[in-house]
Design a protein around this ligand. Structure first.
Ligand SMILES: C[S@@+](CC[C@H](N)C(=O)[O-])C[C@H]1O[C@@H](n2cnc3c(N)ncnc32)[C@H](O)[C@@H]1O
Length: 268
């Protein structure tokens, strides 16, 4: 194994409360820490743990200046190179992303895969994601009837089969419909497209929740319930996640249960 290593950790959604002890330890003992967190509290928390910080936010795509490429993907590529260049120097590198570092974080997976291919030790630690907060705040359990989760634009652009008997979680509705990766709000028709697609599967009065986990200790989560046909009329923010509860229980597979002598009276 070459000298130089990479560990990728997550801050969780509420910093510092969600930072795991294991992540704190890896941040404190790193030679250099690369950070991409949205809130100033997150950045100041990390800086107290290790003062040798490189703020990846400076490499984020900026539509006004065109400084970091032509879209978000270009900015992420710059971040990947910045992190890996320190690993290649033989340093013990820690990279930090908010929430769970492996959920909707393109640069983290790319860094791990490239570092491993180049012969470096590379590892990701788990952390608390927005979805974990959603289960806690909304009091819903993915184990009850199952759970599907999609990135909102991919949900629109691809023919995903939807199981209305399981919960559906749509991430990144704040940029829904933007295939260019240049916007920081839904595309002009993004929410209308989403409504049209959902109404193919759900009745107009199906109650859904726009969810925003608290990102500050003094802040309450946003839990806005609304009929599915009204999702075009409500404020959508960069951190909004859409939760769609199951419509009905799934139908029992009676033939299968009979063949295997399953006692269906025991089924919950
Ligand atoms: C680039 S992803 C980052 C996800 C993050 N890595 C995680 O583990 O939660 C951004 C999306 O995560 C969701 N998200 C981020 N912060 C959130 C919050 N405070 N409440 C609800 N959803 C959030 C939204 O769907 C948002 O569009």
């Amino acid at each position: 194994m070459k000298k130089g290593s990479l560990v990728i950790v997550g801050t969780g959604i509420l910093t510092p409360a969600h930072l795991s002890q294991e992540s704190i330890n890896r941040i404190e003992t790193a030679d250099v820490v690369h950070v991409l967190v949205p809130d100033p509290l997150g950045l100041s928390t990390i800086t107290k743990l290790n003062s040798n910080i490189k703020n990846l936010g400076e490499l984020y795509f900026d539509p006004k200046s065109n400084k970091n490429g032509k879209n978000r993907l270009d900015g992420y590529k710059l971040m990947i190179e910045s992190i890996l260049s320190d690993v290649r120097l033989g340093l013990k590198v820690c990279a930090i992303f908010y929430g769970h570092p492996g959920i909707f974080v393109y640069p983290s997976h790319e860094c791990i895969s490239k570092a491993k291919k180049e012969g470096f030790d590379a590892q990701m630690l788990p952390a608390i994601s927005a979805e974990d907060c959603l289960f806690a705040d909304l009091g819903v359990d993915p184990g009850d009837l199952g759970c599907q989760a999609y990135e909102a634009s991919q949900f629109l652009f691809y023919r995903h089969s939807i199981n209305t008997s399981a919960m559906l979680i749509l991430w990144q509705i704040g940029v829904v419909g933007d295939e260019t990766l240049t916007k920081f709000k839904p595309s002009e028709n993004g929410m209308a497209m989403l409504k049209e697609k959902l109404l193919e599967h759900y009745p107009a009065n199906h109650l859904v929740t726009l969810y925003e986990a608290s990102t500050l200790p003094t802040m309450e989560p946003r839990i806005a319930e609304i009929n599915i046909d009204k999702i075009t009329d409500i404020q959508i923010n960069a951190i909004t996640t859409l939760y769609i509860p199951p419509l009905a229980n799934p139908a029992l597979n009676t033939n299968f249960c009979k063949r295997w002598n399953v006692d269906i009276s025991q089924l919950q």
